[in-house]
Design a protein around this ligand. Structure first.
Ligand code: F3S
Length: 405
């Protein structure tokens, strides 16, 4: 790999242990994927923040990097942590877990990482623009950054994202290169999409069809005529979860869609149709819980936008929820909700904010039996990780269920 003098100096240890170790990680990664050089990055998002996932070994790695003088060279934020650092007692988190989670956050803070812990960094000030090279780790955010924002990132692991933060570099391979951003399969959507959760279902259908057909190409999606930020974040989360997709183009919606087809030197060689029946059966497949068994309500996977929180406040105003109800979002978005009075309305209903955390990375296994949510991604992990049954409904239906005695 060709390194410029500054990169070579980091590799030689001239900027301390953490920068040296980071450069070694990035060179090893780049060598595996055939990168011939490093690229400067402008933004990083690090995953592997919950102590539930990291464990003591992960925490030890972070501590070594912080002790080794590691300092973020570019804007760096975190994926959700295992708890809300302010509200963890109300949410029933074990004090021992809380102590370990704080050690993780402190290690990142010592490295000048901004300890906003969110899977929607683009709603909280970490918003790269078109064509920027970045190193993000959370799969839904990676898909959103590549596809909706037109920034360029591979799906980083926790250590490689941190290494990019501490060096400001990433190896030049994968989705950083024009050639790998070209579509190779067309998806024709012939179904009506009316709600955010249906975009989540669409992501599941497309992801599973790509997986089962063994197609690894970038999908070019036709037939979705309109979509909001919230619908696209739901879609990205689901497409990444069920199909491992980190980049798609959507005709008339995403910034590179027109560019990639215009520049295509070969026609896309496969067409996959998606029908209303596909969509409806994806929704059915995520509903294995009877509503009478639901003991946990969750909204905010990916983290809620201020628009969704405003909508939620309108639905809960003057009412009381009957079940444990968590609303997950980022600290900066919650700050806006505080100022607007939405937080007070929502908390008066009995629903709880779980800020900078999420229902998947929090230690919830065994605490609940069945969850209702509008997130196809949350259904996947609640079932596989926490062993909950799931009910998959629209935002409005989820709120209605929370009010059901
Ligand atoms: Fe975000 Fe957690 Fe869902 S990281 S996308 S809220 S699983």
């Amino acid at each position: 790999m060709n390194l410029i003098p500054e990169e070579q100096a980091m590799l030689d240890g001239e900027q301390g242990f953490a920068a040296q170790k980071s450069m070694e990680i990035l060179i090893a990664l780049g060598t595996i994927y055939g990168a011939d050089r490093m690229l400067p990055v402008t933004s990083v998002q690090v995953a592997g923040v919950s102590y539930d996932n990291l464990g003591e070994a992960g925490l030890q790695f972070l501590t070594e990097m912080a002790d080794g003088g590691g300092k973020a060279q570019v804007l760096t934020t975190l994926n959700p942590a295992g708890m809300d650092v302010e509200n963890w007692r109300v949410l029933g988190i074990d004090p021992g877990f809380a102590e370990n989670q704080m050690r993780v956050i402190d290690a990142f803070a010592r490295m000048n990482v901004i300890t906003t812990c969110t899977c929607t960094p683009y709603l909280s000030g970490n918003l790269p623009h078109y064509g920027e090279h970045i190193a993000w780790a959370e799969s839904s955010a990676v898909c959103y950054a590549n596809s909706v924002l037109g920034a360029r990132t591979n799906r980083e692991g926790g250590p490689s994202a941190l290494a990019s933060a501490l060096t400001g570099r990433t190896p030049a391979y994968g989705y950083h290169l024009d050639a790998n951003r070209q579509p190779g399969v067309t998806i024709e959507v012939r179904a009506t999409l009316r709600d955010t959760y249906q975009f989540g279902a669409l992501g599941k259908v497309i992801g599973e069809k790509l997986e089962s057909s063994g197609v690894k190409a970038v999908p070019y999606i036709k037939g979705v005529n309109r979509s909001s930020l919230e619908e696209l974040k739901s879609f990205c989360a689901s497409l990444a979860t069920y199909g491992g997709v980190a980049l798609f183009h959507m005709e008339g919606v995403t910034p590179e869609a027109e560019l990639t087809t215009r520049n295509m030197d070969r026609p896309t060689d496969a067409v996959i149709p998606i029908t209303q029946i596909d969509l409806d059966s994806a929704i059915d497949s995520l509903n294995d819980a009877a509503l009478s068994d639901v003991d946990f309500i969750s909204l905010g996977c990916p983290h809620l936008s201020i628009n969704e929180i405003s909508h939620l406040a309108g639905l809960l105003k003057g009412k009381k929820v009957a079940k444990e109800f968590w609303i997950t979002t980022s600290r900066p978005v919650k700050g806006i909700a505080d100022r607007m009075g939405y937080t007070r309305i929502i908390e008066e209903s009995g629903a709880k904010f779980a800020v900078d955390t999420c229902c998947v990375v929090a230690p919830l296994k065994g605490r609940f039996t069945a969850m209702v949510t509008d997130s196809a991604k949350a259904c996947y992990y609640a079932s596989s990780k926490h062993k909950f049954k799931t009910a998959f409904k629209s935002f409005q239906e989820v709120v209605a269920e929370s009010l059901n005695q």
